[in-house]
Write a protein that binds this ligand. Sequence first.
Ligand SMILES: [Zn+2]
Length: 66
Amino acid sequence: MTTFYSPTYFCNFCEREFEAGDNCYSQEAALNKAKELMYHKAVHICDNGHIGVGIFTGFERVDIGD
Ligand SMILES: [Zn+2]
């Protein structure tokens, strides 16, 4: 099983979650990166071509495989 942590943002314009940036492959790496991204923002291309700005909300843990 492979586990990774995907940086997740919440778009303030369209109020959807989206992912941006590189995944982390250990909990420790994600924890350290979360401290760095805490006040980070990312641009989101919303439906209809709007461009929104989202705030970092955390890392989503993703498990792949069996
Ligand atoms: Zn958006």
